[in-house]
Each structure stands twice: as structure tokens, then as C-alpha cells.
Design a protein around this ligand. Structure first.
Ligand SMILES: Cc1cc2nc3c(=O)[nH]c(=O)nc-3n(C[C@H](O)[C@H](O)[C@H](O)COP(=O)(O)O)c2cc1C
Length: 168
């Protein structure tokens, strides 16, 4: 497996905890942690495989730190690069925008030529609508620390097992 960037906000709460659990599922040195709050295009483009931590904020929007990088991201050619997205959301508090950030980021990456892997089943979640869903599946791993914290460890384990096979 090529080196994988694990990009998330080092100042976040729940996303950071999830990212650390994800990193622990890989061998030492397989993933490189990168702070999403200090991203530069040159650093970003240097990887082939990416795991992005994208929680949903502001009723269905990206967090500030991702929003700030989006204009630079949109100018990049991501052909040949593979992305997997995990996103924190709250299905009871925000049932109409549950984990929308995953869907928003998926569209941006695909528009730049990137490939998004790591879709997961919507079974076991309860919400009204989610921009993270395409063809009946979430386009990444959805974690809900507010309502389903006890499921997080197992969800991460299963997801990472699959990523290890799907990342080249
Ligand atoms: C002001 C605010 C708005 C939020 N909006 C959404 C939302 O639209 N959809 C969603 O699924 N979760 C939403 N959430 C829940 C967060 O995504 C959730 O708490 C997540 O764990 C935050 O991760 P972080 O601590 O790493 O930023 C919102 C939380 C807050 C405080």
C-alpha cells in the first residue's frame, strides 16, 4: 500500500479521536497525519491515497477549515488519486442534514478527477435526509458520537479492513 495521508483537524474534538482510532488500525508508518487546518497545495498533492476527516457543521456545511481549502482544492488535478472520507454527524440533532459534509467533499473531489472509495451501508442509522447518500449508500464512513458512540470502534475496524484492500 502506498503511503496514505490521514487529514483532519488537529484542533477538533470528535474527529480527532476518530482519526486516532483509524490510525491505530494501520501499521506504523503506513499513514501520515496531516493537519487540515494548515493545508498547503504542495503538501496535499504529494500523496496518492487519502483518508479525510470531514465532520458536518452549520446545518449541512463543511467546517471552516475545509471550506478555506476548497478554492485551492478545486484548482488541483486529482486524477489517479484515491480518497476515503469519514465524517462525524448527529442523526438526532440534525436529521435533515445528517453527515452532509461527506457528500459535499465527495462531489468536490470527483469534480477534480479524484476517485472516492469507502462507501458504507446506511443500515443502522436513523435520519431524514443526507447528502452523503448516493445509490443507497453513504459515500464514506459515518460516525455519530452523540448517539451511537459505542458503535464507532467496530465501524472503524470494518471500514479500515476494506480500505486496506481497496487502496492501491
Ligand atoms: C452548530 C452545529 C451544527 C451542526 N450541524 C450538523 C449537521 O448539519 N449535520 C450533522 O450531521 N451534524 C451536525 N452537527 C454535529 C457535529 O457534526 C458533531 O457534533 C461532530 O461530532 C463534530 O465533530 P468535531 O467535534 O470533530 O467538529 C453540528 C454540530 C454543531 C455544534
Amino acid at each position: 500500500m502506498k503511503k496514505t495521508a490521514l487529514i483532519y483537524s488537529f484542533n477538533s474534538n470528535k474527529t480527532k479521536l476518530a482519526a486516532e482510532k483509524i490510525a491505530a488500525e494501520f501499521e506504523k508508518g503506513e499513514v501520515i497525519k496531516v493537519n487540515a487546518e494548515e493545508l498547503a497545495e504542495e503538501e496535499f498533492i504529494a500523496f496518492d491515497n487519502y483518508i479525510l476527516g470531514v465532520p458536518t457543521w452549520f446545518d449541512g456545511e463543511l467546517p471552516n477549515y475545509w471550506d478555506e481549502f476548497v478554492p485551492a482544492l478545486e484548482d488541483l488535478n486529482l486524477k489517479g488519486k484515491t480518497f476515503a472520507i469519514f465524517g462525524l454527524g448527529d442523526q438526532k440533532g440534525y436529521p435533515e442534514n445528517f453527515a452532509d459534509g461527506i457528500g459535499i467533499m465527495t462531489n468536490i473531489l470527483e469534480n477534480c478527477g479524484g476517485k472516492v472509495i469507502g462507501s458504507t451501508s446506511i443500515d443502522g442509522y436513523s435520519y431524514e435526509s443526507s447528502a452523503a447518500v448516493r445509490d443507497g449508500k453513504f459515500m464514506g464512513l459515518v460516525l455519530d458520537q452523540e448517539n451511537q458512540a459505542r458503535m464507532t470502534k467496530e465501524r472503524i475496524k470494518k471500514w479500515v479492513e476494506k480500505l486496506k484492500k481497496d487502496f492501491k
